[in-house]
Design a binder for this molecule. Structure first.
Ligand code: F6R
Length: 261
């Protein structure tokens, strides 16, 4: 795992955008895995800014797979992750809607939604780069503490804490769905490169447990320790619970320029 302690959320967004662009430049038909939530928004805005400036690679051939989706929202709800990703990123990058996939939250199909999503990811050749955030309780995608480290896409129940964290996107806590469809931890491990972004002091404890704590289902993001290619980009506040920050920074500073993330 490569941990990159940076100063600000803006620096996290710049390096994340550089990394995503490098993947697309190297492989115009890249398959991107996209997280929602607040953390990647600066990165997505930076990608859109570069695209509008004309300095970005073409995204026309890119395909995207969303990390998760709420269950129980009406189709087209502005807080659905499908609508959020289109609004914040893919529409502005010129990625056609039929190239952007998400788990299907339609009620009648829920029992098979997980396996259908896994099959769609496999048919696309797998995910080249998966963008991730981390929950204050250590969740990765919506794999809450206790989730199987080998899990695949399936329906899950959100913890009260996650629903409270996400109530800011809805009118009230009661409006936050209880259920979600989420890529599993095993699904995430299949992506070729994982890019975890964490900013703000609220993430410090969960992040420290994931990076420096033991591998445990009680800390779902600790599953990243099993993946051969993980980049963790942090601002100063999110890194504040780590004990080896100076070492991580030294390693990053000493990297050969050609290596990238
Ligand atoms: C979003 C997702 C979640 C978020 C996490 C952090 O698709 O899967 O795991 O990444 O809840 O959310 P923010 O970034 O809003 O703090």
């Amino acid at each position: 795992m490569e941990v990159v302690p940076l100063d600000t959320a803006a620096e996290v967004a710049t390096l994340a955008a550089d990394t995503i662009e490098a993947v697309v430049a190297a492989r115009p038909s890249a398959v991107l895995g996209l997280a929602t939530g607040s953390t990647p928004l600066l990165t997505y805005a930076e990608l859109v800014r570069r695209h509008e400036h004309g300095s970005a690679p073409s995204y026309a051939q890119v395909r995207c797979f969303n990390l998760d989706e709420y269950v129980g929202l009406p189709p087209g709800h502005p807080q659905s992750y499908r609508a959020t990703i289109a609004r914040e990123l893919t529409d502005a990058l010129g990625i056609a809607p039929d190239r952007v996939h998400g788990p299907d939250p339609e009620e009648a199909g829920l029992p098979t939604a997980g396996e259908r999503y896994e099959a769609a990811i496999a048919a696309a050749g797998g995910i080249d780069l998966q963008v991730l955030g981390i929950g204050t309780d250590g969740h990765l995608a919506f794999n809450e503490p206790g989730s199987s480290l080998a899990s695949l896409t399936r329906i899950k129940t959100l913890t009260e804490r996650t629903r409270q964290d996400n109530a800011r996107f809805f009118g009230s806590l009661d409006d936050v769905p209880r259920h979600v469809l989420t890529q599993g931890l095993g699904t995430i491990l299949r992506a070729r490169h994982l890019l975890l972004l964490a900013t703000g002091a609220a993430k410090a404890a969960a992040l420290a447990a994931a990076v420096e704590g033991p591998l445990a289902a009680s800390s779902p993001a600790s599953v990243l320790q099993l993946h051969p290619h993980v980049s963790v980009l942090l601002d100063r506040e999110a890194a504040s619970g780590l004990t080896r920050t100076a070492h991580y920074r030294e390693v990053y500073d000493a990297k050969p320029a050609w290596q990238g993330l």
